[in-house]
Structures are given as C-alpha cells and as structure tokens.
Design a binder for this molecule. Structure first.
Ligand code: C6P
Length: 421
C-alpha cells in the first residue's frame, strides 16, 4: 500500500487505555479471510465486551428462572437483576423514575409500542405527525401503517444539501394540527446529529409531543431525557455494546400511565376475568411488557451500560470524532469519492459513494481484506433517494477502533477501487 499517503500529523491519543479496552472484546482478536478483523460496522451493531458475554452465560449457569412470578431463590435473583437494569437505564437516560423505562426488543419495537398504544388513542383524521427525511424505516413505517388505519397525515421535515435538518421548514410545518414529532437523534445513514432540544422546544410550543429515536445517539453521547424534554426516547441494546433482542423506551410518566396496553398476555395484567371489562392491567411499565421478556439480555444490557459508564460515553464520543475526522480527511482525497452527509454536527458515521464503483462490490471486496463496512440503503431509502443514490458504503466507529484501523480501511479502499474501476 505504498501509494497511500498516511497522515503525517502526530497521532491523537484516545482518552482511555485503548489497548486495554480492546482486550476486553474477544471478537476483535479474530481474523477474517486471513486478515485481522477491522470492524467498522458499529452503527449496525457494536461488539460486546467479555463482561456482557459473561453476564449472559452467568444467568443461564447460575440463576435462570422466570421473573416477577416465582417465590423461589432463583426467581428472586433473576427478578432483582432484571429490575436492576431498569434502574441502570433510568440513570443512563437521566429519567426521573425507573418506572418510566419499558423494556422492548429494541428501538423498532419501542416506536411500534408508541404508535400502537399512544397513537391509536390520540391520532385521527385532521391530525399530523411530522417525521424527518433522515428517518430509519423503523420511524417511518409504523406511522404509515397507523396512518392508513386512522387517517392522519404524515409530513416530512426536509434536509439541506449537507444532510442537516431544515429548521426553517420544520417551523413552517409545525401547526396546531401537529400531534407528534418523531425524529432520530442521530442519523444512521449520514451521522447527522439533530438539535433535539430545539426540536422538542418548538414541538411543545405547538402542543405536540416529541418521540426521539436514540438508536444511534445512545452509544456516542450522554442522553438526558429531562434536559431534552423528550416525551418518548428509544434505544437498542446491541448498539451500546449490549446483546441483541433488547432495548428500552423511556416515556413521561403521565403519558405512559394514560396509555393502554398494546399487547396482551401474562406479566401485564392485575386480574383476568371472563366478565365484561373484568380484566385489569398492571401499572406502568409492566402493563407494556406482556409475556416472558428477554431476561438474560436485559440483565446483560445492564452490564453493557455499566461498561459504557466506566469508560465514559463522552470520552467514547470524543474518540469517535477523532476517528471520523481522520477517516474523512483521507477518503475525501480519493478521486471520484463523494461523502454523503457533511452536516456540521456529525457522529461517527462516514457514508460515501465512489464514481464508477458499486457500493456492493466495494463492500464484498473490502471484506476480503478483513474490513467490515456496511453497504446498501441502511434502511433509509427515502433519504438515499433524496441524495440521488440507491446505496452508499458506510464506515461507522466505536470506542475500540484505532487510527491504524482507519488507515488499514483507507488503504484497503484504495486497493478495492483500483480493482473495480
Ligand atoms: N440501524 C443500521 O445499520 P433495531 O433494529 O430496532 O435495533 O434498530 C432500528 C433502528 C432505528 N433507528 C435507527 C436510527 C437505527 O439506526 C436503527 C438500526 C441499523 O443502521 C440497522 S438497519
């Protein structure tokens, strides 16, 4: 790779012991196609440190039991650990009360919960829901499904040519018809960080609620739902160094209390009877958690958040900015490469297209060199169409990535582009 000019500036230091931190992730030691793995698909899912993996196996090895309904020791231990994560999530989001935290399968299910419970109760003909051009399909399709049932209108906040939200258009779209603004905190496809506090203030001025999809924000910056004045906030465990199949929804207490259950079953009832209206429901948050939840995963999510707290989410975000800048500077120098998404405030996501080369081909070939990036529409098809592309290549960063990995990625990209052109 002698044709690559590697940045000669002195290497920035991570604000933590990067070598020791990497050693906590067993997967980072593996090889792919005979090359050391360079994992840059963190926006899709981040890797898990040993303590999270241990928490999963420890649950099955020592206290596997169903929660909330057993009187035996194992059930007590499992319940305490499960509810311990609720308190951990409360602290992570700076929620007022752990009862405001509902466990879900992830961000997607959290948004569907709000749509099916709050939405069915509160939306109808004449109402409007504002979403943004930046949304992931999971913050588009649930509203479309509901709109076709209930007859409300979905309006889309546009973005400028850099991929930043058009705030003037947002102000103009807001009206007394707006009942909900549903936006992501950070765009998964472009990395744009949205000014959620300001969006929230303006929504509330109009009497609308705001739901924030925090899937791509929670791993990279401190979240304070009270400061944001978010009515709902959702995130996924597998993007914050935790397991798949688990996530959480925060909601303001009065809203959650007034919302009906959205799924029926065990765990979410107080009493069940065959008499008309004889069935009554558990309190918030349990009325939203029907059936046996992902107990081991919830417990391990608590461990992941403890890990993030230990490293410091601000330090993680700071380091990812260094990686992003280092990568952006180098890829921008590649002939015919265009970065999609250059908003002034960005998280660690680098999306790009290369003239004369299909994103898919780049993704497949770069994998042969050990580098994992994502290619495709990133479940944000309307956004990509807006930028006139079907697919981009996306590199996304996490705490454990190194500047050397960025250099390996850039060198591999140069090689692959030569091969496909
Ligand atoms: N984005 C990505 O590669 P789930 O699948 O429920 O954990 O998360 C869905 C989701 C919601 N909102 C945003 C902003 C997201 O980025 C995602 C998941 C992955 O970008 C998979 S497409």
């Amino acid at each position: 790779m002698s044709d690559i000019a590697i940045d000669a500036r002195p290497a920035a230091q991570a604000p933590f012991d990067l070598k020791a931190l990497r050693a906590e992730f067993p997967i980072l030691a593996r090889e792919v196609h005979g090359k050391p793995l360079v994992y840059l698909d963190n926006a899709a899912t981040s890797q898990t440190p040993s303590r999270v993996i241990d928490a999963l196996s420890d649950y099955y090895a020592r206290y596997n039991a169903n929660i909330h309904r057993g009187l035996h020791t194992l059930a007590d231990e499992a319940t305490a650990a499960f509810e311990g994560t609720r308190a951990r999530v409360q602290a992570f989001l700076n929620a007022e009360d752990s009862r405001q935290i509902v466990f879900t399968r992830g961000t997607t299910e959290a948004i569907n919960l709000v749509a099916q419970s709050w939405g069915r109760q509160n939306l109808g003909p004449g109402d409007e829901v504002l979403i943004s051009m930046l949304e992931h399909h999971s913050n588009i399709v649930p509203w479309q499904l509901l709109a076709s049932d209930l007859g409300f209108v979905i309006k889309v906040i546009p973005v400028d040519e850099r991929g930043a939200l058009d705030l003037r258009a947002y102000r103009e779209l807001l009206s007394e018809r707006t009942k909900l603004v549903a936006v992501n905190h950070v765009s998964n496809a472009l990395g744009t960080i949205n000014p959620v506090k300001e969006l929230s203030r303006l929504a509330h001025q109009q009497g609308a609620l705001i739901l924030v999809d925090g899937a791509q924000a929670a791993p990279h910056q401190a979240i304070d739902v009270q400061d944001l004045d978010a009515d709902f906030y959702a995130f996924s465990g597998h993007k914050v160094y935790g397991p798949t199949g688990v996530g959480a929804l925060y909601g303001k207490r009065a809203l959650l209390d007034a919302m009906p259950p959205w799924q029926g079953g065990g765990e979410m009832i107080r009493t069940v009877s065959f008499e008309p209206s004889g069935t009554t429901f558990a309190e918030t948050p349990h009325k939203f958690e029907a059936g046996t939840p992902a107990i081991a995963e919830v417990i391990a999510l608590g461990e992941a958040l403890a890990w993030v707290d230990g490293v410091g989410v601000e330090a993680i975000g700071q380091w990812e900015s260094v990686l992003l800048e280092h990568a952006t500077r180098q890829v921008c120098a590649i002939d015919g490469l265009k970065v999609i998404g250059t908003a002034p405030h960005k998280a660690g996501v680098l999306s790009f297209v290369v003239e004369g080369a299909h994103a898919q081909d780049i993704g497949l070939l770069i994998d042969q060199l050990g580098v994992a990036i994502r290619t495709g529409h990133h479940c944000a098809q309307p956004l990509l169409h807006h930028f006139g592309v079907e697919a981009t290549c996306r590199a996304s960063f996490a705490a454990y990535n190194t500047l050397e990995e960025v250099d390996t990625f850039v060198a591999a990209l140069h090689r692959v582009i030569k091969m496909v052109r």
